[in-house]
Design a protein around this ligand. Sequence first.
Ligand code: K7E
Ligand code: CUA
Length: 671
Amino acid sequence: MRSRFTARQRAVVAIIGIIALLAAACSSDSDDSDSSANGSAGSDEIIEARGFSADDVTAALKTYQPSGTHDDYMMFASGGHGGQVLVIGMPSMRLLRVIGVFTPEPWQGWGYGEVGQKEIFAEGSEGLEEELTWGDTHHPALSETGGDYDGEFLFINDKANARIATIDLRDFETKQIVKNPIAVNDHGGSFVTPDSEWVIEGGQYGAPLGGEYADLDSYESDYRGMVTVWKFDREAGRIDPDASFAMELPPYWQDLCDAGKLVSEGWIFCNSFNVEMATGLDPDDPDNTEVFEAGASAGENDYMHVINLEAAAEVAANGGTTDINGFPVIPLDTSIQEELLYFLPEPKSPHGVDVTPGGEYMVVSGKLDPHVTIYSFEKVMAAIEAGGFDTDEFGVPVLAFDDVVEAQVEVGLGPLHTQFDDNGYAYTSLFLDSAVARWSLGGPYRDDGWKLEGTIEVHYNIGHLAAAEGDTVSPDGGYLVALNKWSSERFAKVGPLLPQNFQLIDISEEGPDMQLLYDMPIGIGEPHYAQIIKADKLDPWEIYPEVGFDPGKMEVDPDAPKVGEEGVTRDGNNVTIDMTLVRSHFTPERVEIKEGDHVTWNLTNIEQSLDATHGFSLPGYNINLSLEPGETATVEFDAVDSGVFSYYCSEFCSALHLEMVGYMLVEPQDG
Ligand code: K7E
Ligand code: CUA
């Protein structure tokens, strides 16, 4: 119900009324006003004319970002199977950037011919016959220092193809895509350890490791799960695959992971489902009548994987691995012997696992259980110390639920993911209820802990949620975003494929109440997780630091074309073009080559002015670049088609932008 005004809302409306009166008084010497349409004088008329409630007015005041001012927060949201990352200012919820990652993106010239980018896409398809040109991004992870976002890098996984991308936040561009050499797909990535030493990539659907064939009848013996920990080299700004390793796990479907922090630093936690090891409906077997959705949730429990990462890294460094597809993997037996892996029973079909800001607790939600279950890291350590465990059928120790559980809180139907604020509250998304539950943490967080505080409806079918710095060691509170899968009737009709819906929620007040502030439709993918960083932690470049800068190498390319050295040179049928770009011309403007030539085309945007980007669009050859101020790039192609090709600048850069054009003449071989 939106009609009940709180005291605070009444105050806000009163203040607006006073402002309106003052404004009207100040402008009273001007002629009679049309101010309801365009002046501040008529705010109360606007409120009335547009039928706003008091909640609408406070929501508008809390989210409006005056023209030319900047948002306090930046949200990095996965673009789902759009394969990209969305960058959104908060609280205005303005979309600021779509970062091309796994999917080519022409506006950024991402993946349309640039040689360095081709190498990134090729590395991301290593070992595959077909080059991948999309991904299913799920979990972005901002790099951390001491458990806090440091604003330097962003990682994101591709669930579909088991890949991790590294994005450098100096220029918001993708620098690397690593393909997991042992897994088909993933899900528990990307999650970073508190100093971003490791980037975690947990598996999803079990399969023979390394891409071998095995019949589903031999699921238990030949199929396996995995977690891969990628070593991040911050100096190089890249994941170092040679210093990375994986762990073989039972063929349960590992799901979300999270890294321990503070008291639990050095450990990682991954939940799982399908401990039943269901293999799907078998049309040839009349006894097997279970579809996955029944078979994978038949049992009462699944297992959270508790992994001693520090010890595992030592085992890997000391050669305790086998080689699968050239990648070091700690065998399951080794993990058991070396005491690297333990299981905790989880309520059936869990989804999220989230570690509290201080690292004391791991929060798990069971999709089919109305509770969140909170495990105590201290109790887990004590239980491990005490020993005497049961094991699962693969020999992995299973700790007793009662020994490790701290609390269970009934929050509602379909709980999935949990985030934290600065008031000692946790927030859990409720998929089936289409709501967010706020509940209080106990232990060191709140005296009134482990109880439900309140819920707020969201629209609809919420998956993840993200709070401001909500998975760091020091959450900010204030804002929460619900990432809803369905928008149903909330927006104007756009055909049967509807946008998803991000909803901004004010969580600044303690107690049961939260306020819905803003709906942001997302029409370019199915986003999953997001992270929200204080905007002043980001310090991206405004232009590339020097003319001739290669974003692929993140340094100046000494061979980048320079003013006065432009031209077309030929060596046999190899043609090299050195070109500079500046408002509003290409140098050279004529490129005359022959059919069959191999062309290497180097380009430098010599601009050093903010926003002076030029495009380079070459028709017929599927080449399209965006060259930001100072940037250099190279494209290579064979001139297989003869004819006349007018290359032009695709960014409207100046009054004479249309004149920023040149001709590539490709003379026919026997012409
Ligand atoms: Cu719940 Cu991939 Cu994190 Cu989607 S996952 S919602
Ligand atoms: Cu350069 Cu348009």
